[in-house]
Design a protein around this ligand. Sequence first.
Ligand SMILES: Nc1nc2c(c(=O)[nH]1)N[C@@H](CNc1ccc(C(=O)N[C@@H](CCC(=O)N[C@@H](CCC(=O)N[C@@H](CCC(=O)O)C(=O)O)C(=O)O)C(=O)O)cc1)CN2
Ligand code: MET
Ligand SMILES: [Zn+2]
Length: 762
Amino acid sequence: MTVTVATLGFPRIGPRRELKFALEKFWSGKTDEAALATAAAGLRTAAWARQNALGADWLPAGDFSLYDHMLDMSMMLGAVPARYGAAPGAADLVTYFAMARGTTGGEDGCGHGHASLTACEMTKWFDTNYHYIVPELAAGQKLALGRLSVLDAWREAKAQGFATRPVIVGPVTWLSLAKGQGADPFDFLDEVLGLYAAILGHLGEAGVDWVQIDEPILVTDLDDRQRRALTRAYAKLARSGPKLMLTTYFGALDDNLSLAASLPVAGLHVDLVRAPEQLEAVLRAVPDAMLLSLGVIDGRNVWRSDLEALLDRIEPIATRRDLVLAPSCSLLHVPVDLALETKLDGEVTQWLAFAVQKIEELALLKRALNEGRASVADDLAAAARAVAARKTSPRIHDPAVAARIAAVTPAMRERGSRAARDRAQAAALGLPAFPTTTIGSFPQTSEVRKARAAFNRGELEGAAYDAFLREETERAIRWQERVGLDMLVHGEFERNDMVQYFGEQLAGFVFTVNGWVQSYGSRCVRPPILYGDVSRPAPMTVDWWRYAQSLTDKPVKGMLTGPVTILNWSFVRDDQPRAASCRQIALAIRDEVIDLEAAGAKAIQIDEAALREGLPLRQRDWQQYLDWAVDCFRLTAAGVGDATQIHTHMCYSEFNHILPSIGAMDADVISIETARSQMELLEGFARYRYPAAIGPGVYDIHAPRVPDEAEMVTLMRLAQQHLRPDQLWVNPDCGLKTRRWEEVRPSIEAMVSAARTLRAVV
Ligand SMILES: Nc1nc2c(c(=O)[nH]1)N[C@@H](CNc1ccc(C(=O)N[C@@H](CCC(=O)N[C@@H](CCC(=O)N[C@@H](CCC(=O)O)C(=O)O)C(=O)O)C(=O)O)cc1)CN2
Ligand code: MET
Ligand SMILES: [Zn+2]
């Protein structure tokens, strides 16, 4: 029996973020479409060559995307909303980027005249920090086959000598993640299946023998309609041409296993990292004729695997049937190459594997299985030593942290009564009705980034960098005072990222120089690596807050990232429960909250932007997660007095299912994203009688578009249909770091005018 190695997707951003730079140059008009296409083709070729050289037998094609693979699927199906004015199936790159990013009125970055168009909604891909563009399906919409980018990619690879397996998002996942407008996305099932059949037909005619069809929806709770759609879909698609490798990831198939195993597909991929316990059931359920693909290497985390333990599990199976070994999911979610890490702590480096190293691990497993362990004895021994070293390293455990955790009492999570806090905060802050604020960050201009880069390279002295940041902060404070915002922020100029910044200052984390992971489009993050017990050696933000507050009489918010978000946006330990790591982070941030209050902060924002995305994919696991997540937030926040106003912020959140937990966080003010969904979210907050104040975002900060006052007034009036006026704050959807000052200034000026208009009516 033979073992082969597959990759389900490779990072597309490039080892040095080449795609990011190519995209941003194109969008700013510095380069043309041909230059972007050349850069993209270079990245695809490099990715195929690399995976091939590392020993992968099945290479993906179509995993690369100029923006997002869900958007690519929508384009192939011609699912382009009418407002973009493209004939069905005939959308071009301008439309593609308009859907992804929206357009400003007049000329856009591509030099085309455009009306001002809002972008399609963007939201989290399952429980990851990757964002996809939400497909829209409106009643009466016509779909039509678009350009088959996946076939183009397969041909391109073939011309270069690479045999690849095209990847597409499966129809039931695509429909389940789509948003209907006056229609249910599943009303389009037959039409969509017709198009999928046509796509597979074209692939088959071209000579494609296998297609990877991703249906991660199979690891979630499915309703009857989704189950019926799966049966119907694969009955049709299995007859449409190439063999299908039905690919599931991010969890166990569980109650969907028998359904998945009964579909007439030629192969099934299962995630054995998130759900190692499903192996036995999978082996029982999956017919011998179905090619089994085992996701044994973690595509979501950066630790080296225990290869010998894996071999112990796989060897008995490999003697009985052919196997494909693969990462659990696409490698999109991990950095490219550990070899590019020049500054990483030597000891910790040995414990890690990025995308390249993960394929090496798979190739090693393959050889051990096909040729015997003895054929790779040295490599296996080295891997075993690294795993053992990590398990026993004294650097992981800090007795002082353990002692603090043991001493946590319930009272440390409790604040005063809501009424007492409301009174004390009103007196301390004296805010008008509809108070205005922003979410924290102001534009991270290339000047700011360049200064930080120069400082990091040692070309700019600490004192000069500091002076530069102070000037930026002062300018931001002066400007906020001038436009008349009520509660100010220092602007976060000193931060590279809201999670990485804290990771760099906390004990227990290491961080990378090139460990970039795509978050959306050209935007990337470098998740810190949490390897050991967490503590806060020294205050992290207090000096910046103190300086900002010294410049103004208006209240300046202390600005922190909460423990759940730091956890969810880091690569975290797999040797203890996530809850245990989170509680350690909570105590560290709690220290900072208390120090900010002691320094005089009257309001402190603790961002929990990632709380919702961390929600387990299966409903039966929700409550346990929510309980410890809320508990950690409360532990972080509750060290302050009644007069200190605790804000929190969450973005992209789909709150309806978790409103009681949001309430239980017991914040005084929450700012949320609502602009793109016309305040629909607030209905739930009203139904649940959310007791605290809410700042529903009045404009979408993800696109360059500048909103006008009237539309923000309209949105706030919609908000008032759900909530009391005295509960409402006025703010953007999220932080402004990705915007330019040219967009921020008029947007915030209009927002402040909108608040004044609202006050005039009350
Ligand atoms: N971790 C995280 N997840 C999140 C968010 C977030 O803010 N953080 N927000 C939501 C949306 N996601 C986002 C993710 C990334 C960015 C973002 O702006 N990322 C920046 C990078 C941020 C960063 O780490 N910057 C560093 C490094 C900047 C850099 O590229 N420097 C250049 C040199 C500077 C230059 O010449 O311009 C270099 O090192 O080569 C810094 O400022 O120090 C980007 O891709 O451009 C925004 C939103 C959800 N998930
Ligand atoms: C992704 S949530 C962002 C919150 C952060 N305070 C900011 O304004 O950038
Ligand atoms: Zn946000």
